[in-house]
Design a protein around this ligand. Structure first.
Ligand SMILES: [Ca+2]
Length: 400
């Protein structure tokens, strides 16, 4: 009886009648060798069994199951519900996974926990999307060709006599196209953008688009196909929300500066730092430094360490005089005392960011790698007229 020898060598601590065992093996399943409580493994879902003096109630069971993450229970039989602590924010729908969860985010939210709002203007109105990034199938020419309704006029709220894009009359299949990120910014994959389109006629797209190019085909037009529009969205990395210079979420007391200019030395024309807010309107609508040299700074206190991923700057006009910052450096600090200047990693020196070229167009710089700090300073490096700034910081307050 071959089976007998095999059984005996494996189960030498178990005593049984050799002959009976051999006979049984032909009529019923092979006998089970008793080699402690961990054989066979009583733990489910990949748990490892360890010999231990363990009681379950009054019963000695002699082992414990070490469960892999995502499972618990005496035999790791229970799949932990990671959705129980409601990790998805802003109305996201949670799906429980093995040692994980996923959130399906509604409309304008994104990120692992739907924590990022993704509905900021991408820059048709403000000018971050430059003229070269806007193309179209054709351009309408009026007044014997003198008046041209170029694609780059398709900016929300554009003013003037010619204030929109219009397709040519004989254009059977008109379209307008936007390229959302300039090639020089980096690989396009990192800078794909999550987009909502908010056209002047208020079409709202509920399912977001992830793309670098967006093309709009007008379907029904009256007289001419004419458009002004804005794109709403964010970069796919999330964390590019306006931090509140424009909205006022960052309050005046959080914004300070090295010096302040007063036009004609009059208090009513004080260009104080609290006015350095993107798109601020009025006669006195920006920060202007009292001195014009490279030791000036505009400081924002975020009140706690914050991830900053971008800066938008804008100039202003002082009674008709165009003023702006043409380039700047960035400094950051957690104490407000010791400052570090943001470095160009490749060149190993202070990074100089391109600033504005006029008094009104937004200029956005991506800060990559981002800054984590409580205090941010913009250090004007070159300027036109006086050092004058309106600004917005982009980033997010929440980290994974
Ligand atoms: Ca689970």
């Amino acid at each position: 009886c071959l089976y007998l020898h095999f059984s005996l060598s494996l189960c030498d601590s178990v005593s049984f009648h050799p002959f009976l065992q051999c006979v049984q093996s032909f009529i019923s399943p092979p006998p089970v060798c008793h080699r402690g409580p961990c054989h066979p493994n009583p733990c489910h879902n990949g748990g490892t069994c360890e010999i231990s003096e363990t009681f379950r109630g009054d019963t000695f069971i002699g082992y414990v199951c070490k469960c892999p993450s995502g499972f618990n229970g005496i035999h790791c039989q229970h799949n932990v519900n990671e959705c129980e602590r409601s990790p998805c924010r802003n109305g996201g729908i949670c799906t429980d996974l093995v040692a994980n969860y996923s959130c399906e985010c509604p409309g304008e939210y994104m990120g692992r926990n739907c924590q990022y709002k993704c509905s900021g203007p991408l820059g048709m109105e403000g000018g971050i999307i430059s003229n070269q990034q806007i193309t179209a199938s054709s351009t309408h020419r009026a007044l014997f060709g003198l008046q041209k309704w170029y694609p780059y006029f398709a900016r929300l709220n554009k003013k003037g006599l010619v204030n929109a894009w219009t397709a040519a009359e004989n254009d059977r299949w008109p379209w307008i196209q936007l390229f959302t990120v300039k090639k020089s910014v980096g690989s396009w994959k990192d800078h794909r953008i999550h987009i909502y389109i908010y056209i002047y006629i208020y079409i709202y797209i509920t399912a977001p688009i992830e793309a670098q190019y967006v093309r709009i085909y007008p379907q029904v037009c009256r007289r001419h196909c004419t458009l002004r529009m804005e794109l709403l969205g964010c970069e796919l990395t999330g964390c590019s929300e306006p931090m509140g210079m424009k909205s006022g979420h960052i309050q005046d007391y959080q914004i300070t500066a090295s010096s302040i200019f007063r036009t004609l030395n009059m208090d009513m024309f004080t260009w104080e730092p609290g006015k350095a807010r993107l798109d601020k309107q009025g006669k006195v609508n920006a920060w202007t430094s009292g001195h014009s040299d490279q030791s000036q700074w505009l400081q924002v206190d975020m009140l706690r360490p914050t991830k900053i991923t971008g800066v938008i700057t804008q100039g202003a006009k002082d009674f008709g005089h165009v003023q702006f910052v043409g380039s700047y450096k960035l400094a950051y600090s957690n104490t407000g005392e010791r400052w570090l200047i943001y470095q160009d990693v490749k060149q190993k020196k202070d990074k100089v960011f391109q600033g504005n070229f006029d008094n009104d167009t937004h200029r956005k710089n991506v800060i990559d790698p981002p800054i984590y700090a409580r205090f941010i300073r913009i250090l004007p490096w070159s300027w036109y007229g006086r050092i004058t700034l309106r600004a917005e910081l982009l980033g997010c307050t929440e980290e994974e």
